[in-house]
Design a protein around this ligand. Structure first.
Ligand code: HEM
Length: 512
């Protein structure tokens, strides 16, 4: 109790100093000369602008700062200096040309470490041997094109569930709100790939609820940036909720892990051949190098966090883009008609749309690329960090500094893209400015939706396939029109950037 009072008093004092004495004091923060420029900063609160703006406004704040200070600025968020880059050449330098130097991640907040297994997940691991093993396992074992192909029966099943659900809603004669159906389709698909079982709907929905709560906490833990050591005493309820969600996830995942272990032993004993491989199987076998160079098996908690990572990372991002693309097809009926005609010409009146057909649909691919360019679900990358002191744009960025890049400054750059805010898939066809665009950005950055370099998104191929597969099936089965006169395309920040008003459409089954 005494501690609590002391904390509150010192907090109040700092806020008082920061807010009321700011006109008199230019800089109380002992800022290193070397960091890129930025607004004045103060103890505890960092930049005063956080007293006037919420984190949700960070993008517009950064645009204003870019106009004042240039394409590389330093913000102070609580105690943490954060360097933000908004220029494609500088971004290419740190992500690709000197990628190894900037491939580390900064230390994660304690609250996130509780949820993310002490940084033992691919996205948060420090750049080093353990990250290499985890990432190679994810890309070579789970996300390798041949493995993705093996999972095609899961996609067919998820596609049927989605179309069935949309048809049921359409039969009621009401406009459909598609978001939940999209989310369930993508989530269940990832669940089956992750756990290797045709899990029942009830179980999938339970896992989905826990993952959803983890996402909600992920957004709230921002407050711990300001109070990294004492946050759990200042916000005891939030801290308790985080612990509670973590326990619920354990209660769900641990029995599945145990069952899977036993199943693998049984399969090995019997020599069964028709065994559907899963991400979980690879994690059960995986060995991580420890600090002394020895190998060790993953703990149960680490396995839980790695499964959780793929479910969260692969769902919200893909669903956000899927919804935005469908909203654009509702809004631009001519583009929807073009997609439909292209699919019909290739697939004809066959019952099922085979995945191989997707490779013969260049306009569909262009629509997906345009969706990714215009509606990146992450407006910032996951934070990077240099492993040693580094110079960028003439400024020194000390080792371990948090560095981030503004994705939308690349994707919506009017010097690269004509009318970047218009939905114009043709730009990705022959002769268009996006023709043959290398989405991995190896030579230059024009679109940064999946990041670039060593830490670029390993789920790129899977996400593209899911987007193409579901958009193609939904356009083939239904004609989509707006339920309201206007489709509101404005977006807001949740875990990712999503449509502020979820898409509501009238869908009519097509006659074949
Ligand atoms: C449209 C869908 C997706 C988008 C736009 C997207 C975007 C991103 C971005 C911007 C990053 C950060 C890159 C960086 O820090 O430089 C990232 C990292 C990551 N993504 Fe995705 N992602 C998508 C789908 C997926 C899927 C389907 C999976 C897995 C099934 C996945 C797994 C990951 C992982 C594990 C990382 C961390 C990589 C590392 O730190 O080494 N993502 N993604």
């Amino acid at each position: 109790m005494e501690n609590m009072v002391l904390i509150l008093i010192s907090l109040a004092l700092s806020l008082f100093l920061a807010y009321f004495l700011s006109p008199l004091v230019l800089k109380l923060w002992p800022e290193s000369e070397s960091l890129p420029p930025g607004p004045p900063a103060f103890p505890v609160v960092g930049n005063l602008l956080w007293l006037r703006h919420s984190f949700y406004e960070i993008e517009s704040v950064l645009r204003r700062l870019r106009d004042t200070y240039g394409p590389i600025v330093t913000l102070h968020i609580g105690f943490v200096p954060v360097v933000v880059i908004s220029d494609a050449d500088l971004a290419h330098k740190i992500l690709v040309q000197r990628g190894a130097l900037f491939a580390d991640r900064p230390p994660t907040l304690l609250a996130l470490r509780v949820l993310h297994g002490n940084q033992c997940v691919v996205s948060e691991s420090h750049f080093g041997p353990a990250w290499r093993v985890l990432r190679r396992n994810m890309t070579a074992v789970m996300l390798h094109p041949s493995r993705i192909k093996e999972f095609s029966h899961y996609r067919r099943r998820a596609g049927r569930v989605l179309i069935g659900e949309l048809r049921r809603q359409a039969d009621r004669g009401e406009p459909v709100v598609v978001l939940d159906s999209f989310r369930y389709a993508i989530f269940s698909l990832l669940c089956w790939m992750c756990f290797g079982e045709n899990l029942e709907e009830k179980t999938v929905r339970e896992i989905q609820r826990v993952q959803h709560d983890i996402t909600l906490h992920f957004n709230k833990v921002n407050v711990f940036v300001f109070f990294p050591r004492v946050g759990k005493y200042i916000f005891p309820r939030l801290w308790e909720m985080i612990g509670e969600t973590r326990r619920r996830r354990e209660d769900l995942f641990v029995p599945m892990i145990k069952a899977r272990r036993e199943r693998i032993e049984e399969v090995n004993r019997r020599g069964e051949e028709s065994f559907q491989f899963s991400y979980l199987d690879s994690l059960l076998n995986l060995e991580l190098p420890d600090e002394e160079g020895r190998s060790r098996k993953l703990t149960e908690e680490e396995i839980i966090c790695l499964c959780s990572e793929i479910l969260s990372g692969g769902t919200d991002t893909t669903v956000a883009v899927l919804q935005s693309i469908m909203a654009n097809l509702v809004k631009h009926h001519d583009i929807q008609a073009w997609v439909y005609e292209e699919i019909s010409a290739v697939v004809g009146d066959r019952e099922d749309m085979e995945e191989d057909a997707l490779g013969k649909l260049p306009f569909l691919r262009a629509v997906i690329m345009e969706g990714l360019q215009r509606h990146p679900p992450a407006h910032f990358l996951v934070s990077h960090s240099p492993t040693e002191d580094a110079t960028v744009g003439g400024y020194l960025i000390p080792r371990r500094t948090t560095v981030n890049v503004m994705v939308t400054e690349m994707n919506w750059n009017s010097k690269v893209w004509s009318d970047p805010m218009e939905f114009r898939p043709e730009r990705f066809l022959l002769g268009g400015e996006g023709e043959g665009l290398d989405i991995t950005c190896s030579k230059e950055i024009k679109m940064l939706t999946f990041g670039a370099g060593r830490r670029a998104c390993p789920g790129l191929g899977l996400a593209m396939l899911h987007l193409e597969y579901f958009v193609a099936n939904m356009v083939r089965e239904f004609e989509w029109t707006a339920a309201n006169r206007e489709v509101d395309m404005s977006e807001q920040m949740e875990f990712t950037y999503v449509m502020k008003t979820p898409l509501k459409a009238t869908i009519l089954p097509r006659v074949r």
